[in-house]
Each structure stands twice: as C-alpha cells, then as structure tokens.
Design a protein around this ligand. Structure first.
Ligand SMILES: Cc1cc2nc3c(=O)[nH]c(=O)nc-3n(C[C@H](O)[C@H](O)[C@H](O)COP(=O)(O)OP(=O)(O)OC[C@H]3O[C@@H](n4cnc5c(N)ncnc54)[C@H](O)[C@@H]3O)c2cc1C
Length: 291
C-alpha cells in the first residue's frame, strides 16, 4: 500500500493554535514537520491520523542560538541548518558528524530535529547525539511547559514522553568547559540508516574526565544510553585503555537484533569499535588535539 489514507489537513498559525487543535482532536491528529518519517508511515498504514497539523509556517521554532550558558535549538530547525551551524560546530561538532551521514540533501532540507526526536526510531542518529551530550527537551501543552532530560524523553521504541496533546518546542544543551564530542556511524550505503552508530560527549577538566555520555543508535529497540561508561570513566584519565574498556561495556550493554543489516555478533562488535572511536575523537576535540 503506497498511498496514505484520506485525512484532513490544516496549517497551524502559532504553537498555541497547534496545541489547541491537538486538544480538540486528541488522539486522532498528528503534527507534521518535515514529513520524512510520518508520510512513509502513513503510506504503509502504520500511522492513520484523521487530521494533519502542519507546523512548517512556525518560523519562531526554527533557530539555533546561545542564551547564557545554553545552546537552544528550536524544534523546526532543519537537518541542513544543524549541519551548517557555526555555533554547534564550535561547541558540539558531533551534530555535523551526524548530519553529514543522515540521509541525503532532499531529506536534510526538510527533516527537523523535533520530528527526528519525536519519531523515536531506534536508528535515529539525532536521538543518540542529543542523549550523549545530555540535552534537555522542552515540551509544551495547555498547562504550559515542562523541561525533561533525554532519559525521561525516551519511553520506548517509537514512543516518547510527548503526550497526544503536546508539542516538543525546543532542545537545550549546556555549554560547559573542556567539552568534546563525536558521532561515529557505519552504514551499508551512503544516506542509509546506521548498521550501528555511537555518539560520545566528553568533558575534561585538569586532565581527568569530569563527565561523559555515550549513546547508541540502531543497537537495540530504542536509543541506548550506556550509563556504565559514566561509572567507568568519571574521575579517570582519558586513556586508550579506558576507551577500549568503554567499548567492551557498550558491546555488552547494547541489544541489537539480527536483520538485513547484519547479525547480532557483528553489530555488537561494531558498537564496541564505534564507541571507542567516538570517545577517542571526542576526547581529542576536548583537548584540542584533533589531527
Ligand atoms: C530516505 C530517508 C533516509 C533517512 N536516513 C536517516 C538516517 O540515516 N539517519 C537518521 O537519523 N534519520 C534518517 N531519516 C529520517 C529523517 O531524519 C527524518 O527527517 C526524521 O526522522 C523526521 O523528521 P521530520 O521533521 O521529517 O518529522 P515528521 O515526519 O514530520 O514527524 C515525525 C514524527 O514526529 C512528530 N512530530 C514532528 N514534529 C513534532 C513536534 N515538534 N512536536 C511533537 N511531535 C512532532 C510527528 O507527528 C511524527 O509522529 C531518513 C529519512 C528518509 C526518508
């Protein structure tokens, strides 16, 4: 089945209007941003909304800006703008690492960070990126806004903490000293979803790891935060030995499934290698030693 079922369509004029419409049609309406995940799902009849609420006119949700010690990214920011952002390149280069290998220019010109996170596809690169650098997300509903961590945001495969009558409006990340980050992915062919991917954020102070985050895409039924790497690395020197051990932990803690992209053992091995590479590159960037 390659044609979506019939549905109604409206263009939201403000965030409040979009939320009001979600409330009015609770459970039967869906926000549409870039449409690069939702439309394929509708064609396959995996999603059958009765009403699409198009938020592409909401320019107020398209920005990447610094406010105090935070970088704030609006939900309607397109992949291409994440790829080209000097602010993100300076503080969180893993966004550009990921965006260079997400899909193709057609998808990157339309797809948004809000849609990517809300889709919660276990293979989504940006979910791993935002988890590794410990982003928070802002969710708005009729009662106002709430700010939650990526851990709280991810509820399960294709399920997030965003309610049926709520919208994700913003992604926030703290700018802290000594930060480095990297995203490593292996794909079957250019523009494909990952066979496996690893994101790392590292914060180095006085020669030791003050904080670290590792998250995996396409390595289980949801984005996997490898919390045991934090226990391993915090307070330690960032050495090749510790990266190796972190890779072993990630390979143990991931939950890959065998599919057309490869068998479980291969994916586990890949996760280990990619985690080690991501940590090595993130640390080199933190220490301004990247070759
Ligand atoms: C050919 C192809 C290749 C791809 N390759 C990759 C890849 O390699 N890596 C990768 O990570 N991704 C890949 N993608 C997915 C791509 O990144 C999509 O753009 C992204 O997943 C969805 O963003 P969107 O804005 O298009 O969301 P949409 O499709 O518009 O929406 C997705 C979901 O999020 C909801 N939603 C959207 N915005 C909001 C909001 N602000 N608040 C609440 N709910 C919202 C929608 O209701 C829907 O349920 C690929 C897609 C295609 C078509």
């Amino acid at each position: 089945m390659q044609t979506p079922a019939k549905c109604d369509y409206e263009r939201a004029r403000s965030v409040d209007a979009a939320i009001a419409s979600l409330v009015e049609h609770e459970g039967t309406a869906r926000i549409i941003a870039g449409g690069h995940s939702l439309i394929p799902m509708m064609k396959l009849r995996l999603a059958q909304p009765e009403l699409l609420i198009d938020i592409n006119d909401l320019e107020e949700l398209a920005y990447i800006e610094r406010q105090g010690d935070e970088i704030r990214i609006g939900a309607m920011t397109r992949h291409v703008d994440l790829l080209k952002s000097d602010l993100l390149a300076e503080h969180f280069p893993l966004f550009a690492d990921a965006e260079e290998v997400i899909a193709d220019p057609v998808v990157r010109n339309r797809g948004t960070i809000g849609g990517s996170l809300c889709q919660a596809d276990p293979g989504e690169d940006l979910s791993a990126v935002c988890s590794a650098i410990k982003c928070e997300v802002v969710i708005r509903g009729t009662e106002g806004e709430r700010v939650i961590s990526m851990d709280e945001f991810h509820v399960g495969p294709y399920v997030t903490a965003v309610g049926a009558a709520e919208m994700l409006t913003e992604v926030r990340v703290k700018v802290r000293p000594g930060a480095g980050s990297a995203h490593e992915k292996v794909e079957r062919r250019a523009g494909d979803f990952a066979i496996a991917a690893a994101s790392a954020g590292v914060w180095v102070e006085g020669g030791t790891v003050a904080d670290v985050g590792v998250a995996l895409a396409a390595a289980g039924p949801f984005t996997i935060d490898v919390h045991r790497v934090e226990e391993l690395m915090k307070g330690q020197a960032p050495t090749e030995e510790i990266f190796e051990k972190a890779g072993e932990i990630a390979a143990e803690d991931c939950m890959p499934m065998a599919d057309t992209r490869g068998p479980i053992d291969y994916k586990r091995h890949l996760v280990g290698v990619l985690t080690k590479r991501a940590l090595r590159r993130a640390t080199a960037r933190a220490l301004q030693q990247e070759a």
